[in-house]
Design a protein around this ligand. Structure first.
Ligand code: GDP
Ligand code: MN
Length: 376
């Protein structure tokens, strides 16, 4: 789950990470009030849950009230990567002397938490990562949740020649790590992490993403969710006990179990097709789930075929079959269904489906081949 900069900034404050004075505003009057408190110059920043606001004209430093009002209104009318701007952060502008990059995230391949740091922070960081990967430092936590200061010290020295900044950056990093682990983040990022006019380090931007699977542990974070930026199908699926991720292809997939769902997508790709989604109906045998799954998948107009792949263990194949038959009565399914069922109550399921005129498969390869053919 992504949150806005102003929300991430509040978390930074809670954890003692320095940020500039400021607040979020919906109207230019509110913006003026904030600026009168912080003093000019201030920076006005679009609050949208997509990156690259700076490059899109959504971040602007202004020197006085007239400029503030005109820039506020200009940014409010921007469309940034398809999103309108509802709120803006107004903060005391930092006199930036140098921009760094500092983040904590997860390296899925190494299975470890990694600190990423660079002395070349700012809006071009992605470009730097491509053209000068040697300027991006990666420091692996090696399974521990606190900073091994002796191991980090040479990195801090590489980033900052000033010993005072080595110390203060290390202390800020420790706070960022604490936030990352306590709030179950998948990313906690400061870009740019800057040296200000007084020579101190301060976060000029704040980006935090939480791990959706940990949201149950953090009831306090649920209120931060901004529905406008969430895929409504994925949210609805979650409410209905389905794990659903929309993809680019045209083979709709309904599968029981996350592992088999991944395997099914691999098989579709392997046999020349493109999956339209990941969908795991879970381990239980609730016919209602099949109906809901079909409804959600059919909203995608790219779908050419629906592949149902069930390996019956705890899930009973006949319950799935009943779900399919209920769905056929209740909704119009304008694409072919390719059904593979094997395992618990397979015979009963196949009898039910065959008597309704549907073909079933036992072999996954055969079913996937059939589905890919239907998708062309
Ligand atoms: P992003 O582009 O969405 O990551 O937005 P940022 O908040 O990182 O802002 C983009 C760029 O605007 C930064 O890299 C800075 O160069 C500049 N910027 C942001 N805040 C300030 C500020 O307080 N003062 C100054 N002078 N520049 C700022
Ligand atoms: Mn940024």
């Amino acid at each position: 789950m992504k949150i806005h900069e102003y929300q991430a900034r509040n978390l930074f404050l809670e954890y003692g990470i320095p940020v500039a004075d400021g607040d979020v505003a919906v109207t230019s009057d509110e913006a003026l009030k904030i600026a009168r408190k912080t003093g000019f110059p201030v920076v006005v920043k679009a609050q949208v849950l997509v990156g690259g606001r700076g490059k899109a004209g959504g971040v602007k430093v202004v020197a006085n009230e007239a400029e503030l009002v005109s820039e506020f209104n200009r940014i409010k009318n921007l469309n940034i990567k398809g999103y309108t701007v509802e709120r803006l952060l107004v903060a005391r502008a930092i006199d930036i002397k140098k921009e760094y990059y500092l983040a904590v995230t997860i390296d899925n391949i190494k299975g470890d938490v990694v600190i990423i740091a660079s002395a070349d922070g700012g809006v071009e960081i992605e470009e730097t990562a491509k053209t000068h990967p040697e300027r991006i430092i990666k420091f692996y936590m090696q399974g521990i949740k606190t900073l091994d200061e002796a191991r980090w010290a040479p990195v801090a020295a590489q980033l900052f020649s000033d010993v005072r900044l080595q110390k203060s950056s290390t202390s800020i990093l420790q706070k960022l790590l604490k936030l990352f682990f306590e709030k179950d983040c998948s990313l906690a990022e400061i870009n740019p992490f800057v040296i200000n006019g007084e020579g101190n380090l301060i976060a000029a931007d704040a980006k935090v993403i939480f791990d959706d699977n940990a949201m149950d542990r953090h009831p306090e974070l649920a209120a931060l969710r901004d529905m406008k930026y969430e895929d409504s199908d994925e949210l609805e699926a979650k409410e209905k006990g389905l794990s659903f991720v929309k993809l680019e292809g045209n083979v709709g997939c309904i599968v029981n179990g996350a592992g088999l769902a991944m395997g099914t997508m691999d098989a579709v790709n392997l046999l020349g097709g493109r999956p339209a989604n990941f969908l795991d109906v879970g381990g239980s045998s609730n016919p209602e789930k099949v109906l809901n799954a079909l409804k959600i998948i059919l909203r995608n107009k790219d779908i050419k075929v629906i592949l149902i792949n069930i390996f019956g263990g705890i899930t009973r194949c006949d319950d799935i079959a009943n779900g399919i038959l209920t769905a056929l009565k209740q909704i119009n399914i304008p694409v072919p269904l390719v059904i593979r069922l094997t395992g618990t109550n397979e015979k009963e399921a196949k009898a039910l489906l065959t008597s309704a005129g549907l073909t079933t498969f036992t072999s996954m390869r055969q079913a996937v081949t059939e589905a890919v053919k239907a998708s062309k």
